[in-house]
Design a protein around this ligand. Structure first.
Ligand code: HEC
Length: 182
């Protein structure tokens, strides 16, 4: 089996000294959580937001510029299922994966059974089937972020997307209530 090793393996966190100082405490907290959160798997292991990070899930820049904090929080905590596929192998194992390229000899994918996700190629002879995987759990659902932490992550995402230094309040990201702000 061919194994594709990404040019930069994003295994460790980004050292705190290399994080940029941002213009507010909330943005600094959000950046630290996005890059290195100790809860669950940090977002940057799987997402870019216009810059550094692993492109496993969608880039979050356009979405962060467009959507309200409330709607971004709802997406993070929803059962997202557009991109993740379940790949069943002939050896009876299966794995959640984001497909990168399906060739005739091999399928290149992000293997989400590994932490952090591993980019690799699986030979077509090994694959029995590929189908939707609606039960895949997006890591932030399990990570139990507080509302303050969610607000900080989202403020940081909006800042990287728009350069706006706008505080996000905990109440705006409480998805149990409907938001009136856009
Ligand atoms: C293990 C990898 C992984 C981690 C960690 C992760 N995500 Fe994701 N995320 C994904 C994948 C894959 C998708 C696409 C899921 C699908 O549609 O099937 C996704 C989808 C999303 C979406 C919806 C995007 C869209 O265009 O619909 C948002 C928003 C999001 N993630 C934000 C976050 C944030 C913020 C964090 C950190 C708190 C995070 N994610 C952590 C892999 C991850």
């Amino acid at each position: 089996m061919t194994r594709l090793i990404p040019a930069v393996l994003f295994l460790g966190g980004i050292p705190a000294a290399e994080l940029n100082q941002l213009p507010s405490d909330q943005l600094n907290r959000g950046q630290t959580l996005f890059e290195n959160s100790p809860k669950g798997i940090a977002c940057a292991r799987c997402h870019t937001a216009g810059k550094a990070g692993n492109p496993v899930g969608p880039d979050l820049k356009a979405l962060a510029a467009r959507m309200s904090p409330h709607d971004i929080a709802a997406l993070m905590l929803a059962r997202v299922k557009k991109h993740v596929q379940r790949v069943d192998l002939h050896d009876k194992t299966s794995l959640p994966a984001v497909l990168i390229h399906m060739g005739s000899d091999a399928t290149e994918l992000w293997d989400l059974s590994k932490t952090p996700p591993l980019r690799r190629a699986v030979s077509s002879t090994e694959i029995a089937s590929i189908r939707p995987f609606p039960d895949w759990e997006h890591p932030p659902r399990e990570a139990a972020y507080s509302l303050d932490e969610l607000a900080s992550i989202i403020a940081y995402l909006k800042y990287t997307a728009t350069a706006a230094v706008k505080p996000v309040r905990a109440a705006e990201v409480d998805i149990r209530t409907r938001s009136r702000s856009r």
